[in-house]
Write a protein that binds this ligand. Structure first.
Ligand code: NAI
Length: 335
């Protein structure tokens, strides 16, 4: 059996990995700690580590892992902005990932955020538990006939566009690599921003897409626009978003990601003082719905993640080619 230190382990990970690992000759050592230069020592005696998007695989961590005899890092996510691939190559730690698991999971979560906001079900939930059945303040909006702008039409964006069409919405799309066969109407980002009643982001975070929804973009949006972001927080200028929520320009915002999420997401910080005032103020608005980067969190996606990760590790120890291996020249990708 090959021992793997499984960092940042959660109960939902264990359910799916425990079912698969023994058959692939793997013994998983579950650790609740995030992987970083301080915790790398916990991988002592293991041939590999299994890490998540919230772990830090910078040069220092990788050098320590290599000294401990760790030969591979299996990422159980698609994104790898948290890995210094050049350092990994230097220290002889091979890195592989799960490039795609369940685009439907993310697209359906985006739709869930949108429907919650258009039909105010988050407010009805708390009211009816208090036996308050008043309908005051719960007037919603139909999606049928509305214009939904989909920014990025890769695996997730295409699925989201299909869902929106199912609701009878008119879909506008924008992507530097359009999928012409999908029958979508492609326009430039500025036109999409001007014409859409709903804008949903489905593109990766790159130097080009950082703050792609800027203060100027908010100025150009339709009054009452609904924003949905399940991609990366830094696609939106959060300060500008907050100002436009406060002014009423933005009708509602559904956010599964947030620019400064690294310090708080994936953790229970409910008994701590939160210093991020922008997040505090966003959370306090009735028309802002924040989820903690959970769009991927379905049974189907978790099963697919576990299957690919375990298969990657099996291939590594069997000396087989791993299609999802990352090289230093790889471009950045999302979670
Ligand atoms: P993908 O790689 O299949 O598609 C991304 C699309 O964005 C591509 O078609 C690309 O051409 C396009 N794009 C790149 N730059 C653009 C720009 N400037 N404007 C418009 N489009 C642009 O990725 P996939 O699987 O569809 O995922 C989309 C995003 O969803 C990821 O980048 C990731 O950030 C996010 N994600 C979030 C998860 C969550 O749990 N919240 C889970 C998985 C992914």
């Amino acid at each position: 059996m090959e021992k793997i230190a499984f960092f940042d382990a959660r109960s939902y990970d264990r359910t799916y990995f425990d079912a698969l690992a023994p058959r692939a000759g793997l013994e998983l050592v579950y650790l609740e700690n995030r992987l970083n230069a301080q915790t790398a020592v916990l991988a002592g005696g293991c041939a590999g580590v299994c890490a998540f998007v919230s772990d830090d695989l910078g040069a220092e961590t990788l050098s320590l892992l290599a000294k401990l005899g760790v030969r591979c890092a299996a990422l159980r996510c698609a994104g790898y902005n948290n890995v210094d691939l050049a350092a990994a190559e230097r220290y002889g730690v091979r890195v592989f990932r799960v490039p795609a698991y369940s685009p439907a999971s993310v697209a359906e979560h985006a739709a869930a955020l949108l429907l919650t906001l258009t039909r105010r079900t988050h407010r009805a939930f708390t009211r009816t538990r208090e036996r308050n059945f008043s309908l005051e303040g719960l007037v919603g909006t139909d999606l049928e006939g509305k214009t939904v702008g989909v920014v990025g039409t890769g695996k997730v964006g295409i699925r989201f566009a299909q869902i929106m069409r199912g609701f009878g919405a008119r879909v506008l799309a924008c992507d530097p690599a359009p999928q012409w066969g999908a029958g979508l109407q492609y326009v430039r980002l500025d036109e999409l921003i001007r014409r859409s009643d709903v804008i949903s982001l489905h593109c990766p975070l790159t130097p080009q897409t950082y703050h792609m929804l800027s203060r100027a973009s908010f100025h150009a949006m339709r009054p009452g626009v609904i924003l949905i972001n399940t991609s990366r927080g830094a696609l939106i200028d959060s300060e500008a978003l907050l100002d436009n929520v406060k002014s009423g320009k933005v009708g509602a915002a559904g956010l599964d990601v947030y620019e400064e999420e690294a310090d708080v997401f994936y953790e229970d910080v409910s008994s701590k003082v939160m210093r991020d005032d922008t997040l505090n103020l966003l959370l306090s608005q009735p028309n802002v719905l924040v989820t903690g980067h959970q769009a991927f969190l379905t049974r189907e996606a978790l099963r697919a993640i576990a299957e690919t990760t375990v298969e990657n590790l099996r291939k590594f120890f069997a000396g087989e080619k791993i299609e999802t291996e990352l090289r230093p020249s790889a471009a950045p990708a999302g979670i």
